[in-house]
Ligand binder design. Structure first.
Ligand SMILES: Cc1ncc(COP(=O)(O)O)c(C=O)c1O
Length: 410
């Protein structure tokens, strides 16, 4: 029951999945979002009537596809407040965006005397690429440790020093849910001339992003976590950095001129977009951005904060549940990490699934973080605009049921 109409959005009706899966309580938005009908309608229109290969032909279908692609780039530019549309590169997902930075920037700009600093809370996709860069270049890889609340304290930020060439972190951690002070970390990186790589996968579509205000050098996210289809991601990079970077993938569409003697490459952004591009994904992402903006990021973030507070409050009332993460809701993304005493998270998730409740259990692709926090695994409930307080109430009932199944009588 939505007990406060002014705070909570009532938007489930936009998502047909909930009409078919009547008992589904979807609390796994942080893994991937459900899709609103409006985005799927736009995709259908594009695939049936606006399909062509972008950048490649003079005919009308190709021109149409190119227009859709370019409009999408501009929509993303506006969405994250980038200076120029050339600073937006389309990729497959956040993982590919981070690999692009690692291969095209990291391997070419970092040397063996240098240090790379990665937050221990980073998703594996923003962790493993830096291990690869450190191995290949001989650079030292150091870590920004988080405190018990998942925050990166000043004492850790001060590890950034003259040797540091790159600092990588999640703005909101998918593994503990804490939102760090991105601006402060970036400022500190810039003081020593390092670049900051911001993983915005858990903030995009939840709160406004202004890459100029935070002064991110690189920022990445995946479309599928914000109502777009899977297979489309974004890399933002400052133009001056991108302009100096060699290509990541080579082939068609990213060249200027090819001869038997050699190849010259296209300018940014095409240099980083080899092969036939995912116009359908770009159209879907554009529709998802329109959808999010039509609701309003401020309203979305108020709804999700209220829901997250409610979830933390309700879960903390259960004496056998431990809730992890930040104390204040301002420092939390729309997710809660918790464990149930005596029951493995995988068992919790399986039993909840029988009740129609979808949560995530495991290490959440943040094994170094889990180890640092002394957790083998944990449960994660994550929220979106299509969730209401009734979903949290069902989760709490489900957790009580899990305890019953395991023979606890509390
Ligand atoms: C914080 C964070 N970064 C990166 C990723 C990777 O996203 P993708 O698998 O779409 O590349 C995820 C996905 O769970 C994430 O939560």
């Amino acid at each position: 029951m939505n007990n406060n109409r002014e705070i909570y959005l009532d938007i489930k009706g936009d998502f047909p999945v909930f009409e078919r899966e009547l008992d589904l309580v979807y609390l796994d938005h942080a893994a991937t979002s459900q899709k609103p009908e409006m985005v799927v309608d736009v995709l259908k229109e594009q695939m049936l009537f606006e399909n062509g290969s972008p950048h490649r032909g003079a005919h009308r279908m190709s021109v149409l596809a190119t227009e859709i692609y370019n409009k999408g780039r501009n929509a993303v530019r506006e969405f994250i407040h980038a200076r120029r549309s050339e600073e937006i590169i389309f990729t497959k997902n956040a993982t590919e965006s981070l690999n692009l930075i690692a291969y095209s920037y990291g391997l070419h700009s970092i040397g063996k005397e240098d240090e790379i600093l990665v937050a221990i809370s980073a998703h594996h996709s923003n962790f493993v690429p830096w291990q690869m860069v450190a191995e290949k270049t001989g650079a030292s890889l150091k870590y920004l440790m988080v405190d018990e609340f998942g925050d990166i304290p000043d004492s850790e930020i001060s590890k950034i020093n003259e040797k540091t060439k790159l600092v990588a972190f999640s703005w909101i951690s998918n593994g503990i849910g804490t939102k760090v002070d991105a601006q402060r970390i970036i400022e500190k990186a810039h003081e020593v001339g390092a670049v900051a790589v911001v993983d915005a996968a858990q903030i995009a579509g939840h709160e406004p992003i202004d890459v100029q205000a935070v002064d991110a050098d690189f920022l990445v996210f995946s479309g599928h976590k914000m109502f777009a289809p899977q297979g489309i991601g974004v890399l933002y990079g400052k133009y001056d950095l991108l302009d100096k970077m060699p290509p990541f993938l080579t082939g068609g569409d990213m060249i200027e001129y090819v001869s038997c003697e050699g190849t010259t490459f296209a300018k940014v952004p095409e240099r980083f977009e080899a092969g036939t591009q995912n116009v359908t994904g770009v159209r879907g992402l554009t529709a998802a951005i329109d959808y999010v903006l039509s609701i309003g990021l401020d309203r979305i973030s108020v709804h999700e904060s209220a829901l997250t507070s409610y979830a933390v409050e309700q879960l903390k009332k259960l004496p056998f549940v431990t809730v992890y993460g930040a104390e204040s809701v301002e420092k939390r993304g729309a997710l809660v990490i918790f464990n149930i005493e005596g029951i493995h998270p995988h068992d919790v998730a399986s039993i909840l699934d029988e009740e129609g409740i979808a949560i995530r259990a495991g290490h959440h692709c943040t094994q170094p973080l889990m180890k640092h926090l002394g957790l083998g695994a944990s449960c994660r409930a994550s929220f979106s605009i299509y969730n209401g307080t009734e979903d949290i109430d069902t989760l709490v009932k489900g957790i009580k049921r899990v305890r019953e199944v395991f023979g606890y009588d509390d």
